[in-house]
Design a protein around this ligand. Sequence first.
Ligand SMILES: Cc1ncc(COP(=O)(O)OP(=O)(O)O)c(N)n1
Ligand SMILES: Cc1nc(C(=O)O)sc1CCOP(=O)(O)O
Ligand SMILES: [Mg+2]
Length: 202
Amino acid sequence: MNKNMIYVVTNRNLIKEENFYEAIERCSQASIDGLILREKDLSTDELLEMAKRVKVITNKYHIPLIINGNIEVAKKINSYGCHLSYKDIPNNYHKEGLKLGASIHSVEEAIESERLGVDYIIAGNIFETDCKPGLIGKGIEFLEEIKSRVSIPIIAIGGIDIDNAKKVINAGVNGVAIMSSAMNDINNRFINKLREEVEENI
Ligand SMILES: Cc1ncc(COP(=O)(O)OP(=O)(O)O)c(N)n1
Ligand SMILES: Cc1nc(C(=O)O)sc1CCOP(=O)(O)O
Ligand SMILES: [Mg+2]
């Protein structure tokens, strides 16, 4: 990874002005480095159908597609990667070419994820966010501590905004992931501004 990454995490329930596939297309046109299809309430069959349609769009814009929470679907559609909750990381996992990501919420989970062969981690929640009501932000120090303990790429999530993105990147992480602001970013203004912020970090 040689630039700071921006990952968009989907949540179709947050989209207000577009339909889901319009939002996927719009995000894919922006300067993003990956799209995580995270629609946790769908059955495997429903997710598979959605993932096939989403992959047509992300492929068109050469955006890596990562399937959240379902290795079977990720393998079936031959996605770039699969992203799992920490507790779901398998002990013996045949990646079959998939990148494996994991969500972590403690330094110990970060260390153990690396030991289990995870390719990158998403660490959160860094700041307070309406998407995780009641969970206080773990802050920049959390990222700095993880950075000092693991070598795999670290992506920060949770309340990432234009005003705090630079501070997050300066903690030494490899990128940021955003959900609500991307789902509602009708003209990709937020994503474009975020790109400027995460690239101007020195
Ligand atoms: C301590 C703690 N627990 C859970 C979360 C958020 O978890 P969630 O995003 O719902 O689950 P994953 O998909 O990331 O496994 C949190 N921020 N902090
Ligand atoms: C999906 C997700 N996972 C988190 C975690 O801490 O694991 S925080 C989060 C939501 C991030 O939404 P927003 O960018 O709108 O704050
Ligand atoms: Mg999460």
